[in-house]
Design a protein around this ligand. Structure first.
Ligand code: AMP
Length: 187
């Protein structure tokens, strides 16, 4: 399974990607986690990415695509869940090219649907260094401006899941929705 998770900041992508990856025995690849690891290790890439992350802006595409290219190259072929990438239609095209190089493609794109007031509450409770009021609002706006257009870009493989409620229930909904996609594809 090669999947992409899409949803605004606070939709639970990280939590659900981790759970889904364990169920499906595929890798969980989060560009946010990769950037934060670089930052912790004070690599040049991490230091370059930092000011964008602190401001809630997107890290430039060349840095982002290269980090994903590297991670996919480390990855055995049996599948992945991408969490936080792609975030723009340009990144989605770059991902399409990266996958085409190995003769593969995405199986499905899963959208996590959460109302805005729930998102803000979750983010304020999370308390990451980029979870302060102004940056939270900026990240939401960047999502609606830059990332939401991906929903149309991927409409032929898009599965939308209600992502409000107990964590386990949401994972179950995602797995059910993905089984439908697979059934449709194979039959
Ligand atoms: P996340 O953990 O997905 O919320 O990402 C945290 C921050 O990392 C974002 O606010 C961006 O600054 C940066 N980032 C993560 N993924 C990407 C991406 N695909 N493109 C650009 N910037 C990204």
């Amino acid at each position: 399974m090669r999947l992409v998770l899409i949803g605004p900041p606070g939709a639970g992508k990280g939590t659900q990607a981790e759970r889904l990856a364990a169920h499906l025995h595929v890798a969980h690849i989060s560009t946010g986690d990769l950037f934060r690891a670089h930052l912790r290790d004070r690599t040049p890439l991490g230091l370059q990415a930092r000011r964008y992350m602190d401001a809630g802006e997107l890290v430039p595409a060349d840095l982002t695509v290269s980090i994903v290219r590297q991670r996919l190259a480390d990855q055995p072929a049996d599948g992945f869940i991408l969490d936080g990438f792609p975030r723009t239609t340009d990144q989605a095209r770059a991902l399409g090219s990266l996958l085409a190089e190995t003769g593969t493609a995405l199986d499905a794109v899963v959208e996590l649907v959460v109302p805005e007031e729930v998102l803000i509450q979750r983010l304020l409770a999370r308390g990451r260094t980029d979870d302060v009021d102004a940056v939270i609002r900026r990240r939401q706006n960047v999502y609606w401006e830059e990332t939401a257009p991906l929903l149309a870009f991927y409409r032929d493989r898009l599965v939308s899941v209600d992502a409000v409620g107990p964590i386990e229930d949401i994972t179950d909904r995602m797995l059910t929705a993905l089984r439908t996609v697979h059934a449709v594809e194979s039959g």
